[in-house]
Design a protein around this ligand. Structure first.
Ligand SMILES: *[C@@H]1O[C@H](CO)[C@@H](O)[C@H](O)[C@H]1NC(C)=O
Ligand SMILES: *[C@@H]1O[C@H](CO)[C@@H](O)[C@H](O)[C@H]1NC(C)=O
Ligand SMILES: *[C@@H]1O[C@H](CO)[C@@H](O)[C@H](O)[C@H]1NC(C)=O
Ligand SMILES: CC(=O)N[C@H]1CO[C@H](CO)[C@@H](O)[C@@H]1O
Length: 698
C-alpha cells in the first residue's frame, strides 16, 4: 500500500478507536513547613521526605552488598573489548584515534562484589589509612565504580573531580581535601605528573590502564616520591590478604564532590551516605518499572551526581550496566572506526541518562540526515512528525494506539536504531531541556523523558517530571526525598503572591540536602539554613514558578540578573534563552553592567548557517573568522537577534544594542562552559574583556 495513503487514512481510523484524554493529575500538593515563609510543595505520594526505599539499608555500601547477594549470577558491569586502535590522518593533516571495539564482556554481581572486597583490602595493604581520603580522577568505567564501592566498604570518603576541570582546580581540590591516594586513568596520570610539585599530600597513585602507559609510570616513579601501582595489582594484593570491612554509617561522608562553579575555584560539596541514598530511593519512583531486566548505558561523568546516583540505583535493582563514552556512543561517533559498531548498537540499552546538550545533538543529527535525504523520505518524516506532535500534545497516554505503531514502523524505527532500538526511558538533568528537543526525542524515540531539576548541593534531589507527564518546559513535582519552597525575591520582582502562578527563589529541603561546602563555612552558612523544626534547606538562587498541578518550572537565575544604569533589571539567562533561537547563533552570552543603559552580547556564530548566508549573498571573505567580522554579517545576525527578541516580547533595554560575532565554539575543553554546557560567565567575561570594552566604547 502507498505509505502516503496509509498516512492520511490512519489518523481517521485511529481517532475513531481512541479518544484523547487530558491528563489533569495533581502531582504536587501544598505542605506546611518551617523556616522562612513561602509557598511549599511536596510530592503527592509522600507526606514527609523519604530517606530510604529499602528497609534496614542506610548506606551505599549496604545497598550494594544487598544487591550483590540478591543478584549473584546476573550480569552487573560490562566493558567492551578493545580489538584494535589506529590513527587516522585527515586530508588537512590532523590525526584522530579510531577504535575498533568488540562485544561487551560482563562480570556477574558475585564477581563484582569480590573485586570490590579485594580492592578494598588492597588499599589497606598499600598503607592507606581509614581517616585519609581517596580521589578518583578518571573517565567513567567499571573500575571507577569498583573503586568507589571499595572505598565505601572501608568508610573512606572519596573526592571526585571532573576530568575536564582545569589544572588549577585539580590541585586546589586535592590539596584542600588532603588526599593521599589518587586513582586515575592514563590521560590523568600525565596531568598529575606535570603538577606533582604542587601536590604535597599525595603519597600513592593507582592507575587504571594497560601497558601503554608504562613510560608514564616509570616517569612518575623517577620524578616523584609516589608509590605507583596498577589497579589490577591492588586487587591482587587485596585478594591475597583479605581485610574485614569497616562499614560507614548513614551520617558519614561518602563523597566530596567538586563542582565547576560558574565563578572562581570549585567548591567541594560534602554528601553523606544518607544524602545519596535518599536521592537513589527517589530515582526508584521515577523510572517506571525499573527492574533487573533493564540495561543501562553508562557514559556520563561519574564525577557528576546525576550519573553517580543513577548507576547506584541501577545496581540496587540488579540491572546490567554497560560502559561507553560520549565519543563512541553511536556507529558514527568520532572515535568509532568506520564500519564498526558504536556502544548503543552493541549494548541495545533500555535506559540512558543524558544532559540536554547531548539530546540537542541527537536532534540536530537526525534533522540533518532527514534534510539531506530530501524528497519522499523528508515529506514522510515531516508528516509523521506533525501527526505525532499533535497526538502527544495533550497527554502521553493519549499518544498510544494504532497510528503510533504505524509511524514507528514506517519512519521512526530507523531513528530508534541509532540508539539500539530498545530505549524505553531517558533521564535528563544538569540543565533545562528545550521543549522542542523534548518533543523531538519523545516522538522519534517513542520514549518518555524524565527531566530532573537538582543541584550537587541537594545531591541532585529536587524535582523530577514523571514519565506520564507530557508537558514541556517543566521539571515536574518535588521528588519523594524533597520539599520545594518558593520564597519572595522582591528585588527581582518575583513574589509568591504573583498571579497566575506563585513565583520566587527555589529553596529545597529534606534528607537529600547535603552538609555543605568542605572547609568553607562562610559560604555554607550563606546558602544552607536549618529551620526551627530541624529541616535543612538549600537556597538555590534559581527562580521558579509552581503550576496549579504542583509542577515546578525554572524561569530565571538570581545572580544572572543585572540592574542597568536607569534601574531596569535585565535577566541575562532569560534574554539568552530568547535569542538563541536565531539560526545564526550557536551560543550567546549577554553582558550588562550597571554603568551603562544598554546591554551587549557575545555571539558564537553557527558555522553552517552564517556561511550559507554568506555564500547565498555573495559576500567575499578569506575565512570564517573574516566573515564574522564583516559589517554585513554583523548586521544580518543582529537583525535576526532583534527579530527573536521581538517575538519573545522582550523590552527594548533587554535587547543587545551591539554584538561581537565569534567564529569558534565554546566547549568544556576551552573552559568557557561547564561540563554540562552551562556558561561560565566570569571566565568568558575575562577571556573577552577586550571585545566587551570595545563594544561599549564604540
Ligand atoms: C567513618 O570515618 C569518619 C572519618 O574518618 C569517622 O569520623 C567515623 O566515625 C567513621 N564511622 C564509623 C562508623 O566508624
Ligand atoms: C595547599 O594547602 C596549603 C595549606 O593547607 C597551602 O599552604 C598551599 O599553598 C596549598 N597549595 C596549593 C597548590 O594550593
Ligand atoms: C499544544 O497544546 C497547547 C494547549 O494545550 C497549545 O497551546 C499548543 O499550540 C499545542 N501545540 C501544538 C503543536 O499543537
Ligand atoms: C541523612 C540526613 O541528613 N538525615 C536528615 C534528613 O532530614 C531529617 C529531617 O527532615 C533529619 O531528621 C535527618 O537527620
Amino acid at each position: 500500500m502507498n505509505p502516503y495513503l496509509l498516512g492520511f487514512l490512519a489518523p481517521f481510523v485511529v481517532s475513531l478507536l481512541f479518544r484523547n484524554t487530558k491528563n489533569g493529575k495533581k502531582r504536587g500538593v501544598r505542605v506546611d513547613v518551617g523556616g522562612e515563609p513561602g509557598y511549599a510543595i511536596r510530592n503527592y505520594r509522600y507526606t514527609s521526605p523519604v530517606e530510604t526505599a529499602w528497609e534496614g539499608i542506610s548506606t551505599l555500601a549496604e545497598l550494594f552488598e544487598q544487591a550483590c547477594n540478591w543478584h549473584k549470577d546476573r550480569p552487573s558491569l560490562g566493558t567492551r573489548k578493545l580489538i584494535s586502535k589506529e590513527m587516522e590522518v585527515t586530508k588537512d593533516g590532523r590525526s584522530f584515534e579510531k577504535l575498533h571495539l568488540g562485544n561487551y564482556e560482563w562480570f556477574s554481581y558475585g564477581e563484582i562484589f569480590e573485586a570490590v572486597c579485594s580492592f578494598s583490602s588492597g588499599l589497606v595493604q598499600l598503607g592507606h589509612d581509614g581517616g585519609e581520603r581517596v580521589a578518583i580522577f578518571a573517565d567513567t568505567q567499571a573500575e571507577w565504580f569498583i573503586a568507589m564501592q571499595g572505598c565505601f566498604r572501608r568508610n573512606i570518603t572519596i573526592v571526585t573531580i571532573y576530568s575536564s576541570l582545569g589544572e588549577e582546580a585539580l590541585c586546589h581540590s586535592l590539596n584542600e581535601t588532603e588526599v593521599t591516594t589518587v586513582i586515575c586513568g592514563c590521560k590523568e596520570l600525565k596531568k598529575l605528573i606535570e603538577r606533582s610539585g604542587q601536590l604535597d599530600t599525595v603519597k600513592r597513585v593507582i592507575y587504571i590502564g594497560e601497558d601503554e602507559i608504562h613510560s608514564d609510570v616509570s616517569l612518575a616513579e623517577r620524578s616523584t616520591s609516589w608509590t605507583v601501582s596498577s589497579f589490577a595489582e591492588v586487587k591482587r594484593v587485596g585478594r591475597e590478604n583479605p581485610v574485614d570491612a569497616d562499614l560507614p554509617v548513614s551520617a558519614d561522608i561518602a563523597v566530596i564532590m567538586y563542582t565547576s562553579g560558574s565563578t572562581g575555584l570549585p567548591k567541594g560539596v560534602m554528601m553523606t551516605h544518607g544524602n545519596v541514598l535518599a536521592t537513589i530511593s527517589a530515582v526508584m519512583t521515577i523510572v517506571p518499572n525499573l527492574a533487573h531486566t533493564d540495561v543501562y548505558l553508562a557514559y556520563l561523568p561519574l564525577a557528576h551526581i546525576l550519573e553517580l546516583a543513577a548507576e547506584n540505583a541501577m545496581v540496587a535493582v540488579g540491572c546490567s550496566i554497560g560502559y561507553g563514552s560520549p565519543l563512541t556512543i553511536t556507529d558514527t561517533s568520532n572515535k568509532i572506526k568506520m564500519g564498526t559498531k558504536g556502544d548503543t548498537s552493541v549494548l541495545r540499552p533500555t535506559l540512558m541518562a543524558a544532559v540536554p546538550a547531548i539530546l540537542d545533538r541527537v536532534r540536530d543529527g537526525v534533522r540533518k540526515k532527514v534534510d539531506a535525504k530530501g524528497g519522499l523520505s523528508k515529506t514522510l518524516f515531516d508528516l509523521a512528525y506533525s501527526r505525532r506532535l499533535l497526538a502527544i500534545n495533550g497527554s502521553w497516554f493519549g499518544a498510544w494506539g494504532l497510528e503510533k505503531i504505524l509511524w514507528d514502523f514506517l519512519v521512526f524505527r530507523k531513528v530508534r536504531a541509532v540508539l539500539g532500538g530498545r530505549i524505553r526511558f531517558l533521564l535528563s538533568g544538569g540543565a533545562p531541556l528545550s521543549g522542542d528537543t523534548q518533543r523531538f526525542i519523545n516522538i522519534c524515540l517513542g520514549a518518555p523523558i524524565g527531566q530532573g531539576y537538582g543541584l550537587t548541593e541537594t545531591c541532585a534531589g529536587g524535582a523530577f517530571s514523571e514519565y506520564d507527564d507530557s508537558s514541556v518546559g517543566r521539571v515536574g513535582a518535588p521528588l519523594s526525598c524533597s520539599f520545594v519552597k518558593l520564597i519572595d525575591w522582591p528585588e527581582g520582582g518575583y513574589l509568591i503572591t504573583d498571579s497566575p502562578m506563585p513565583r520566587g527563589e527555589i529553596v529545597i529541603g529534606g534528607p537529600n540536602v547535603t552538609l555543605g561546602y568542605f572547609k568553607n563555612e562562610e559560604k555554607t552558612k550563606e546558602v544552607y539554613k536549618v529551620d526551627e523544626r530541624g529541616m535543612r534547606w538549600f537556597y538555590s538562587g534559581d527562580i521558579g514558578q509552581f503550576h496549579p498541578d504542583g509542577c515546578l518550572e525554572i524561569i530565571d537565575r538570581k545572580k544572572d540578573i543585572v540592574k542597568l544604569q536607569h534601574g531596569e533589571y535585565v535577566s541575562l539567562g532569560k534574554v539568552e534563552a530568547a535569542l538563541i533561537v536565531s539560526p545564526y547563533v550557536d551560543n550567546i552570552m549577554m553582558h550588562a553592567d550597571p554603568f551603562h543603559s544598554y546591554c551587549v552580547a557575545l555571539v558564537v556564530a553557527s558555522h553552517d548557517a552564517v556561511e550559507e548566508w554568506g555564500l547565498t549573498n555573495g559576500i567575499k571573505y578569506i575565512d570564517f573568522t573574516d566573515l564574522c567580522q564583516k559589517k554585513e554579517t554583523l548586521k544580518e545576525v543582529h537583525g535576526s537577534l532583534i527579530k527573536a527578541a521581538k517575538a519573545a516580547r522582550l523590552e527594548k533595554f533587554e535587547m543587545p544594542a551591539k554584538i561581537k560575532l565569534l567564529p569558534n565554539p565554546w566547549t568544556p575543553e576551552s573552559g568557557l562552559v561547564t561540563a554540562a554546557f552551562k556558561l561560565k560567565r566570569e571566565t568568558i567575561r575575562k577571556e573577552f574583556s577586550e571585545e566587551l570594552s570595545k563594544l561599549y566604547a564604540s
